[in-house]
Ligand binder design. Structure first.
Ligand code: GN1
Ligand code: MG
Length: 366
């Protein structure tokens, strides 16, 4: 995008300093992100982000949720006597013309701006120590939001609803818009998916029966959605678009899906895809330390199920996008989405082999 255009968008926000540069930042698959550097004394840098309104159709709801969540967490951190609050929760910049608005709409596109957190990094991979810290941080995040006094909106309807994701897949299989359904490898994967479909929809059934609650969750707890300082301490959780009420399985399972895979989610070498049980143990230990106080027994018991659910769901979603003709995730090559789906399926197989050990470990912590 043109520098002048970006400069124009930045000028709508009530930020400090003078802009000295705007450059692309990070490798998000959904939103477009830029770093805005400023000069002028002690002014911060900023992150400018275009919100993908194809993925998040109700940007106003997304930004209202984020406003509630960040101010609630800020208040909690202050109450807890936290010193470094500005690096522990994101600060969104309001519009110049309306201090209550956290986003701008320009030529049909939606933009927001937040303060860039200095001396912080994101990671694409974790070790046992950083996963324990991540487990604690996501548990703490859920715990702080447990008493948020507003009802948050569902920013993507049925986002982690397994029954819905399977319906979506079955519909695209019927319509076959990209002509890919007849590929033998697709047929084989569909058989594996269907064989597990009933078991994997267990959370929705428990939800309907009233035995499993929804709580405020992050819903995109990939490893790279967390900022660390230079000493490996967790600073804060980022990428808050998907914060909404959900089963806690979302946050627990999606972290392990990325953190405990020995390779990246799109590694094409399936022999290398393997579930790392040490990462699982460390993350679970950290998570139960901070979330154990509010979790119900049914939630704790089903953590191994949650660990399997997310690679399964992501396999279904990547395959759905492959069969749709690659409309949702950015692809670098024609088979990219199939490779991602296959990778997630191999991760699921490895998790299934580790089930007894996972269950025994959780019992040993209780
Ligand atoms: C998307 O936005 P990003 O890249 O953190 C997706 C997640 C998937 C992930 C797979 C809103 O996350 O649900 O797990 O890609 N987010 C949305 O890489 O669909
Ligand atoms: Mg992200």
């Amino acid at each position: 995008m043109e520098h002048n255009e970006l400069q124009g968008i930045v000028s709508l926000f009530d930020f400090q300093g003078t802009v000295s540069g705007i450059a692309p930042l990070g490798e998000g698959l959904i939103n477009d992100t830029y770093r805005v550097t400023t000069t002028g004394g002690d002014t911060p840098d900023y992150v400018l982000q275009r919100v993908n309104d194809k993925v998040f159709p109700d940007v106003d709801m997304v930004m209202r949720n984020i406003g509630h969540v960040t101010s609630h967490i800020r208040r909690k951190l202050q109450e807890q006597g936290e010193q470094d609050v500005d690096r522990k929760v994101l600060t969104f910049v309001p519009l110049k013309e309306d201090a209550s608005r956290l986003y701008a709409k320009q030529d049909g596109k939606y933009w927001r701006m937040m303060v860039f957190i200095p001396n912080a990094i994101t990671k694409q991979a974790v070790n046992a120590d950083s996963s324990r810290a991540a487990g604690k941080a996501f548990g703490h995040f859920q715990a702080m939001l447990a008493d948020i006094p507003v009802q948050l909106g569902e920013t993507i309807k049925d986002f982690h609803n397994m029954e819905f994701r399977l319906r979506q897949l079955r519909e695209v299989v019927k319509a076959d818009p990209a002509g890919r359904v007849s590929e033998p490898r697709v047929q084989a994967m569909l058989r594996e998916i269907e064989a597990r479909a009933d078991e994997m929809c267990k959370a929705e059934r428990m939800g309907r029966e009233g035995t499993l609650p929804k709580r405020v969750c992050h819903c995109d707890t990939k490893v790279n959605n967390m900022m660390f300082d230079s000493e490996d301490n967790v600073l804060c959780v980022i990428d808050l678009d998907t914060v909404m009420p959900n089963f806690i399985f979302s946050d627990y399972g999606d972290f392990l899906r990325t953190g405990a895979n020995k390779v990246a989610e799109d590694c094409p070498d399936m022999d290398k895809v393997e579930f790392d049980i040490d990462i699982f143990k460390a993350f679970t230990e950290g998570y139960l330390q901070s979330a154990g106080s509010f979790l119900l027994p049914v939630e704790v018991e089903n953590l191994p199920y949650a660990t399997a659910l997310f690679p399964y769901m992501q396999c279904v979603r990547f395959l759905w996008d492959y069969l749709s003709g690659d409309k949702y995730w950015k692809c670098q090559y024609p088979d990219h989405n199939f490779v991602r789906a296959d990778n997630q399926f191999h991760l699921l197989l490895s998790i299934e082999r580790n089930m007894p050990e996972m269950k025994a470990y959780i019992n040993s912590l209780l």
